[in-house]
Design a protein around this ligand. Structure first.
Ligand code: ZN
Length: 161
């Protein structure tokens, strides 16, 4: 699968359409519309699957980090050790939690879209808009760039239904 950036250039060079490139064969004009639709559908499914995997990866980063964080805090508080070591351990936990939170928000921002409650518009917010928005789970309270209304916006995997 060529990078979408070079796809157009490649098609131009080979004198074929993007759909022919994607389906791997020459397409007769009468089948063209049907093929175009099928290819769009396949691309949509692949995108959806990629986003689903990204969001799954988020869990695999966050949960081990939270568990390790709790374990380290427990050790730092209840196991006898010099004071400086306690400070080092707790500082490490703090830095780790911040780093993981940044990565997790980054994944949530990039994977899929947020859907406006009022107008149904689906969009990708900026990193900081995502990071600073109040949230419960993956639903975030943000301002829709289309209608301008604030609402609790759900995470969706595709741009359209
Ligand atoms: Zn809206």
């Amino acid at each position: 699968m060529p990078d979408s950036g070079i796809m157009l250039e490649l098609c131009d060079f080979l004198k074929i359409s993007v759909n022919e490139l994607l389906s791997g064969e020459r397409i007769m004009a009468e089948f063209y519309d049907k093929r175009a639709e099928e290819n769009l559908l396949v691309m949509k499914r692949e995108m959806e699957e990629k986003n689903r995997q990204l969001l799954r990866a988020e869990y695999w980063i966050v949960f081990p980090a939270v568990l390790a964080g709790f374990a380290l805090v427990f050790v730092a508080c209840f196991v006898s050790m010099p004071m400086w070591l306690r400070v080092v351990l707790l500082t490490f936990v703090l830095v780790m939690i911040f780093a993981v939170a940044f990565i997790a928000v980054g994944i949530e921002q990039k994977a899929g879209y947020y859907e406006c409650r009022s107008c149904g518009h689906r969009y990708v917010p900026t990193y900081w808009q995502t990071n600073l928005a109040p949230h419960t789970g993956r639903t975030r309270y943000m301002k829709c760039p289309k209608c301008g209304k604030q609402s609790w916006q759900k995470k969706v995997l595709t741009k359209e239904d």
